[in-house]
Ligand binder design. Structure first.
Ligand SMILES: [Zn+2]
Length: 404
């Protein structure tokens, strides 16, 4: 007699269908908005017999959706949250097909993170359909703007007071080599920055006439090539088990550019980079480490001094949760029940909005959901349909245990 299991079986397929429908709706940051996808989610919630939810938005074009599902008696409040926006597509054909072939659902956001959104919504419906005597409240929070700068998503909701809770799970494609192969208790942080190197915009035929000066393209290229090995962040201490997770902080460049046309010296050049941080490595610590790395750049003081550093003002701190927290053990037990394997504690290499909840003192699993991180932010993004069904069962069983 397993009423929740029966209800999960009855509902699980909806997660596949809803993911396919959500994938077909553009919500690419930062150019597109999330209104259409939130309208669709509201309708899907109604179709599943759930409350249709409330929209709370910093800007109308970037709505966050909150769906409250109260239990039968007072108790703990659990947040299941993920994001409705995606990275922009590349030049691949039909990036939002939502096609299912060979057990995989294809399209932008299928893994990151519309699959998690759909699985959380359907898990709530399955929980409700089982008529369990749950206590407290289950809160579904579907945020906007996570793949852009994140200021209008959970960070904005935190300022409105709606995120008060006893625990939370952030839905992201957390599998590294296989789906659900680890339970991240840590997600690295993210500090973005821009380097700029400027020089005179002149006729390039004047090189190498005396006085033309340094070449900003060479300077920025040298910084991009050398800086990752020159920036050393101080190791963090006192952060418990995640020092054993084995993913170090890391500086990486993701784009660069500059110049105007043939025959003209590039007047201004730029490069965008990011540092993936561990707990305790603050924006200020990162900025100092980059400045130190720049000071040791080859090419002499003049070249190094001509590189300007601008560190983004909004950063994403690393976040972690105590592996013995009730939500972690509930989620691990649910995963074992569904997959047959207790997931070891691990780390999520990407940054998630868990830092906002952790900042409010809410014990938050920083990333757990269907799919592989290696399938996200790539052309031909996809998720296994079995992972979507399993995610419904895991989220529903973890929520039922936590709210019992
Ligand atoms: Zn994501």
């Amino acid at each position: 007699v397993d009423p929740l299991g029966t209800s999960i079986e009855r509902f699980a397929e909806h997660a596949v269908e809803i993911t396919a429908r959500l994938v077909r709706i553009p919500s690419d940051g930062p150019a597109h908005d999330e209104r259409s996808v939130v309208a669709a989610l509201t309708a899907e919630a109604g179709g599943l017999g759930l409350p249709r939810g409330d929209v709370i938005a910093a800007e109308p074009t970037h709505p966050n959706l909150i769906i409250r599902i109260p239990g039968a008696a007072p108790g703990r409040r659990l947040i299941l949250t993920s994001h409705t926006d995606t990275k922009p597509p590349g030049d691949e054909a039909d990036p939002r097909s939502g096609e299912i072939r060979g057990g995989r659902l294809r399209g932008l956001g299928s893994a990151d993170a519309k699959g998690a959104v759909a699985a959380m919504l359907v898990a709530a419906a399955a929980l409700r359909g089982a008529n369990l005597p749950t206590t407290g409240e289950l809160l579904l929070v579907f945020s906007a703007d996570e793949e852009s700068d994140g200021t209008r998503g959970l960070a904005y909701l935190a300022s409105t007071g709606v995120l008060a809770a006893d625990a939370a799970i952030v839905g992201e494609p957390s599998g590294l080599d296989a789906a659900f192969d680890q339970l991240p208790v840590l997600a690295r942080g993210f500090v973005g920055f821009t380097l700029r190197a400027n020089g005179p915009r002149l006729h390039s035929g004047l090189v190498p006439r005396a006085g033309v000066g340094s070449d900003p393209l060479a300077t920025i290229a040298r910084a991009v090539a050398s800086l990752p090995a020159l920036v050393h962040l101080p190791a963090t201490t006192g952060n418990g088990p995640h020092s054993e997770t084995g993913i170090p902080s890391r500086l990486t460049f993701t784009s660069m550019g500059g110049g105007i046309a043939d025959g003209i010296l590039a007047g201004s050049t730029w490069a965008r980079g990011e540092v993936r941080t561990m707990p305790g490595q603050t924006r200020d610590i990162v900025a100092a480490a980059i400045r130190d790395g720049l000071s040791r750049l080859g090419g002499g003081d003049a070249a190094a001094a001509s590189v300007d550093l601008e560190v983004d003002t909004f950063d994403w701190p690393a976040s972690f949760v105590d592996p013995s927290a009730a939500i972690v053990t509930a989620l691990a037990a649910a995963t074992e029940q569904v997959t047959g394997r207790w997931p070891p504690s691990g780390a999520f290499p990407g940054a998630t909005e868990a830092h906002v909840l952790a900042g409010l003192g809410v014990p938050t699993v920083p990333a757990f959901g269907p799919g592989l991180l290696s399938a996200a932010h790539v052309p031909g993004e996809s998720v296994a349909t079995d992972d979507l069904r399993a995610a419904v069962a895991i989220y529903a069983r973890a929520a039922a245990a936590y709210l019992s």
